[in-house]
Each structure stands twice: as C-alpha cells, then as structure tokens.
Write a protein that binds this ligand. Structure first.
Ligand SMILES: Cc1cc2nc3c(=O)[nH]c(=O)nc-3n(C[C@H](O)[C@H](O)[C@H](O)COP(=O)(O)OP(=O)(O)OC[C@H]3O[C@@H](n4cnc5c(N)ncnc54)[C@H](O)[C@@H]3O)c2cc1C
Length: 389
C-alpha cells in the first residue's frame, strides 16, 4: 500500500496532525499499537493553551471543546500561609481552557471516522525503513500478517517509548535528560472541584495541585517518593495528605469521594535533537518530555504539529520545502523555552530531598517576589497561557 504520510502513534499529536492533513486532501495513515479504548482510557493532561484551541478549530474538531471546555482566567499559588492569584486576563488578555486530553482524543477519533481517515489499531512491531533515503517505507504486523506502507514522509508521534526516536542513529541524536527525585500521585474523582481555578501549593510536606476536568470531575495530585506505588495510597490517606498541603480554607471545603483512577507519574525533562532525520520527523512526546508542573506536555505536542503541518502543507501545495527543512530548528526554539518554564515551575513548587536551608530560603524568596511583583507575574502568565507560534 502507498500513502503520502505515515503517522506512527494515534495519541493527540498523531490524530491532530492527521486531521489537519486530511482536511487539505493530504493522505495520512495512522498506525497505533494499542486499541482505541486503551488510548481513550489514559487520563493525562487537561489544560489547553489558546494555540491548541486554535489548531483544533482549524482541524474543524473544536465544537465540543468550545461548548464544554471551561476558560480559566488565572491560577492560584499557595505557600506557607500565603495565597495569591496570577491573573491571566489582566496580564495577558488570554485565558487557558480546561478540557481533558481524553475528550480531545475522543473528538479527534470521531472526526477521523467521519472523514474516512485510515487508522490501524493493534499495529505491532512497527519498523521504519530507509528514513534517510528518498523512498522510505514502514512495516508492521496486523492480525499476524506483515504489511508494508510506502510513503513520502514518516512522522513519529509515538510518544516517549515509541520506535521513531530510536530509529535515528545514536551518532546523530543528542539526548538531554533530567530526572526529578519524586513523582506525582494523581487521583481522579467524581466530585466538584475545590476551587474554580487551579491551586498550585508549595507546602513543607511537598507539592500539591488541585485541578479539574469539568464541574463534577476533579483531578488532584500530591508529590510523592518515586518508590511509592498507587496501592500504598488508600483514598483516605490521599485525601488526608492533600488537605495538609493546600490552603486551610480549601481543605475545609474539599469534597472527597472514591477515586476512579489513581496513578503515579515520574517527573522528567527530556529533549532529543535534531527532530528530523531524512524523511523521518519526531513530533510531541516522541521528541521531548516536560514535568507536568507547567501544563505544557500536550500543548508543546500541539506546537510541533503546527510547524510540521505548515511545512507539509507548503511542500504539497506549493512545492516549497523550506518549512520542512526548518522544522527541527523552529520547533526546538520553542521547546527549549517551554522546557525552561516547566523546569522553573518544578523547582519553585516542589520540595527536593537534598534541599539545604539556604535552598529553601531562596525558594521562599522567589515565591515572595512572584507574589509581590507584577513583572514576575507577567512572565509566568505569558509562559502559562502559551508562547506564540
Ligand atoms: C501519566 C501522565 C500524565 C500527564 N499529565 C499531563 C498534564 O497534566 N498536563 C500536560 O500538559 N501533559 C501531561 N502529560 C503529557 C501529555 O499527556 C503528553 O505530552 C501528550 O500525551 C503527548 O501526546 P503525543 O501524541 O505526542 O504522545 P502520546 O499521548 O504518548 O501518544 C503516543 C501514541 O503512540 C502509540 N505508540 C507508542 N509506540 C508505538 C509504536 N511502536 N507503534 C505504534 N504506536 C505506538 C501509543 O500507544 C500512543 O497512543 C502527561 C503524561 C503522562 C504519561
């Protein structure tokens, strides 16, 4: 079989790019290792930048997101007995939108079905051949049969553990990594959120985040040791710990309920350069990871999609390959700024095992400065609502 573009990975970046291309008449087959239900069951990101929202609309899949997503004009930050607000509306004029990654993915799959896009689920043993030639192809197994797809370009949207990045030879790739000495224990519960806006809490017991997906679905996190397992945390233990880390007024009004999902995610910063090798392009988590503190993982996947979509569009519609040639450099320019922001937010809000008394006072001074200083708040707000692309 032949197609113009093979997209490996049916997560949000692969589906969004596929939908944008399909609408322009550019043929793209999506190969996904898992089942659709498995992909839709993964509870992950929930805060969308305006750039993401715009791309969804451009792909004509934004209707449900616009009616059910909740615009947020700010976030709250607490430390010790202090609580303050970063006012996005006043500082940037731009909100973020709370709408879960599961819903984004569902909308994209529905739109792909409606447009007749080809998606292969349970595609096993995907391998990329001839990526640095003019005639690449991809092989995979489907129901025990080996299949071959010839194409112009291969797009690796297969996440951090996928095959695409590993296809780029080690002598060409430069991987930059920072692992943090803690994880986030996340709980999803069918309860009203404790606050209308997200609360980021730096407490002496560790970080906590009060987040939400909709008016009756809350997502809460506490920083935990990497050695912990979700089974170590009963629901009662989780709620007690959360109450001790968030502002007292929020702790008093917190409505708890049974967890409907509980998981631990390690925190990591990672960038692989370059994001192109011949006719293979990396996009989203396949090329980079951020700790979730700045809500940037999904949003940065979307900025890659933007650069790649524009490059493919110019190539196919105008015969101009400059966008594809510049893809890696353009995408990385923004990615490193997002890595910086996510790293700053993680350092500002967490307790690190090796932190000295001096480190703690510096962290507190940073929080106090942010609390008092509008210019510092502006910098945070600009990064949180999303850098332009
Ligand atoms: C536990 C967790 C919590 C997160 N929370 C947040 C958050 O709160 N905020 C935030 O902004 N971001 C968060 N993120 C990050 C965000 O979810 C990701 O940045 C986003 O999913 C990236 O989308 P993607 O499509 O690039 O990759 P993915 O969503 O990882 O999709 C990759 C797809 O490729 C498929 N695949 C993998 N290997 C192969 C293969 N060999 N062949 C075929 N298919 C393959 C996978 O099954 C998957 O469907 C979180 C991530 C995790 C893991």
């Amino acid at each position: 079989m032949r197609t113009q573009v093979v997209i490996i990975g049916g997560g949000p970046s692969g589906l969004l790019l596929g939908q944008l291309l399909l609408r322009q008449g550019i043929d793209a087959v999506v190969l996904e290792r898992r089942t659709r239900d498995y992909v839709l069951g993964r509870i992950r990101a929930g805060v969308l930048e305006v750039g993401f929202v715009n791309l969804m609309q451009e792909a004509q899949v934004g209707a449900r997101m616009l009616s059910e997503g909740i615009p947020h004009d700010g976030i709250r930050i607490s430390y010790d007995d202090e609580l303050f607000r970063i006012d996005f509306a006043r500082l940037t004029g731009t909100p973020v939108v709370v709408y879960g990654q599961t819903e984004v993915t569902r909308d994209l799959y529905d739109a792909r079905d409606a447009a007749g896009g080809k998606t292969v689920f349970r595609a096993e043993n995907v391998q990329i051949h001839g990526a640095n030639t003019d005639a690449p192809h991809v092989t995979y197994s489907e129901d025990g049969q080996i299949r071959r797809l010839d194409c112009d370009y291969v797009i690796g949207c297969d996440g951090f553990h996928g095959v695409s990045r590993r296809t780029i030879p080690q002598n060409i790739r430069r991987d930059h990594e920072k692992a943090y000495p803690f994880g986030w224990l996340g709980v999803l519960s069918q309860t009203p959120p404790v606050s209308e806006e997200l609360i980021y809490a730096n407490s002496e017991r560790g970080f906590a985040l009060c987040s939400m997906r909709n008016p009756n679905l809350s997502r809460y996190y506490v920083q935990c040791p990497l050695s912990d397992q979700p089974g170590d945390w009963s629901d009662d233990r989780f709620w007690d710990e959360l109450r001790r880390r968030i502002p007292p007024a929020a702790a008093e009004t917190l409505i708890t309920g049974p967890s409907i999902e509980k998981s631990i995610a390690p925190l990591r910063s990672f960038v692989s350069e370059p994001m192109r090798w011949g006719r293979l392009f990396l996009c989203g988590d396949a090329g980079h990871i951020v700790p979730p503190t700045g809500a940037k993982g999904l949003n940065t996947a979307a900025s890659d999609v933007h650069y790649l979509y524009q490059g493919l569009l110019s190539h196919y519609l105008d015969g101009d390959s400059a966008g594809l040639d510049n893809y890696s450099a353009d995408a990385l320019l923004r990615i490193w700024k997002v890595e910086r922001f996510s790293w700053c937010m993680t350092n500002l809000l967490h307790r690190f095992p090796e932190q000295s008394g001096f480190d703690l006072r510096i962290q507190r001074a940073e929080l106090e400065f942010l609390h008092e200083n509008e210019a510092a708040q502006m910098v945070l707000a600009q990064n949180y609502v999303g850098l332009p692309y």
